[in-house]
Write a protein of this length. Sequence first.
Length: 171
Amino acid sequence: MTDQHPQRFIRDVLQNLMREASEKLAEGEKEIQDNLVKYFEKQDGHVNLVEKYKEDFVSSAKTLRRETENTVKNKLQEAVEIKEGMTELDNIKSSQASTMEKKILTLLQNFKASEECEVSLKQHICGRAAREFQKMHNELIEVNDPRKYLEQSKNKYLTEFRDLFLQQTSA
């Protein structure tokens, strides 16, 4: 199920980096060896004091290269293994998500409510609608109550009646 192309690409990059590191380390070792040869070819007075350590210096340069090369290779391989592990983990995650999605969709397609559940659901919906309707009906009655309207308009009608009555009696 794992995709081999990204892993092959990562392995190719690993090989290229290892080859490049090996070449750089070989250049560094050669430079150290050349510098040692130049140093021991000098006719300074101090060269003869360290002549007996010449082979140790050469050996140390080779050991330094091997140790550095091993460290670099190990670090590169660890990085590749981590990357491959993350890729595998991502593949597993997407596979699991896809599987769960398929199972959920299958369950939803096959879901059938029982008659009892359907009746209960319809009663709940109708009950809620009835309560909302009753609330709206009560608000409408309260706003349009004739007695309340007359009470609110009582002073206005009384004033108009008096004015009309006084106009008729004075005429």
